[in-house]
Design a protein around this ligand. Structure first.
Ligand code: 5GP
Ligand code: MN
Length: 322
């Protein structure tokens, strides 16, 4: 950590980024890191390839997150909440031009990319690691930084319900509340109001659930047709898989999400993202890794180019072994 702090303090222009389709931990960590480096008078660029989901647009300084990287002379890149560098999307080539890359993450499948790493797989969220880094740098926490860290921990622990919920989650959040964070206001922003389309998408998602013969695997499917019909997008999928996970006797839940196809395909294959969740008895990070993805032991994911029926067959054939 000390070496990373030295690099942060000695850099002139720092690029900070996180994974595409960012969640609360990715955005919270990104903003907390950016605000902390402001205090150190560092020039920073906060980047994410995807738009910020509506529920996170209340966060402080969220408008500083840009979607394109200008050709500037960065001397340091900080990559947050990414198990591998490809998770940041198209910016990979730009980041490869930057002399030093720092990898700050909590995924068990982290590939240890970059020149310097700060990886703690026991951290409940990347925001927990960012909190520790800020403390170590002696940067005073204010309400804006506290709001970002609180949101990262709240969302990545599923409101203190998932198996990654640890003592630090409570102690850090308690401290953040002491700095002026209002848990009710944050919960209202993140979980309190959904667009009508999102509720209608929930209806289609629930209707799509299929269960394996042994009852241990549930599959939820979201197609582009469903997104079009409900005027929703990828950010509206957040949390839907938990309905499939909650079903009695289910050990693993899978959510198959069809990607939007940018170009006309010559074959019948489409690109899909598969999210996996387990009740703790099955290591879904290992399953996702076997498909080229990764994540945590009870929440993981991967992308695949295939047909919907073939993906379902592959998932169902796995069900007998769980
Ligand atoms: P979800 O699939 O629900 O978006 O993500 C679940 C967890 O798995 C997250 O912690 C996420 O970072 C990780 N994850 C999802 N997709 C991928 C992937 O394609 N590669 C890797 N390495 N991790 C992923
Ligand atoms: Mn995370």
């Amino acid at each position: 950590m000390d070496q990373i702090i030295r690099y942060l303090k000695n850099s002139n222009h720092i690029l900070i980024t996180t994974h595409t389709n960012p969640d609360g931990d990715a955005i919270g960590s990104l903003i907390a890191m950016g605000l902390c480096l402001d205090v150190l008078n560092k020039k920073t660029t906060l980047y994410n390839e995807s738009p910020i989901p509506a529920v996170y647009r209340f966060l402080p300084a969220v408008n500083r997150v840009v979607r394109n990287i200008k050709n500037e002379n960065y001397d340091l890149a900080v990559i947050l909440d990414c198990g591998n560098l490809k998770r940041i999307g198209m910016a990979v080539s730009a980041v490869r031009q930057i002399p030093i890359t720092v990898n700050i993450d909590h995924h068990v499948t982290n590939t240890r990319f970059g020149h310097l790493q700060l990886i703690d797989t026991s951290a409940c969220a990347t925001a927990e690691i960012v909190y520790r880094l800020i403390k170590q740098m002696d940067v005073p926490l204010d309400k804006a930084i506290a709001t970002s860290i609180y949101t990262g921990i709240l969302t990545d622990t599923g409101s203190f319900r998932f198996s990654n919920t640890n003592r630090a989650a409570f102690s850090i959040c308690q401290e953040m509340v002491g700095l002026g964070v209002d848990p009710y206001i944050i919960a209202q922003h993140v979980y309190g109001t959904y667009s009508l389309g999102r509720i209608k998408l929930l209806n289609l998602a629930l209707d799509s659930i299929e269960i394996s013969d042994n009852g241990k695997l549930s599959i939820m499917t979201l197609t582009q047709d469903m997104f079009n019909e409900t005027h929703t997008q990828a950010e509206d999928v957040d949390g839907l898989i938990n309905y499939a996970k909650r079903i009695e006797d289910v050990k693993v839940a899978a959510l198959i999400q069809e990607h939007r196809n940018s170009k006309k395909k010559l074959n019948a294959f489409n690109r899909f993202h598969i999210s996996l969740r387990s009740n703790g008895s099955v290591d879904v990070a290992a399953i996702a890794a076997s498909f080229g993805g990764g994540g945590h032991s009870s929440a993981a994911g991967f992308s695949i180019e295939s047909t919907l029926s073939d993906i379902k067959l592959q998932l169902l054939s796995m069900a007998d072994k769980i």
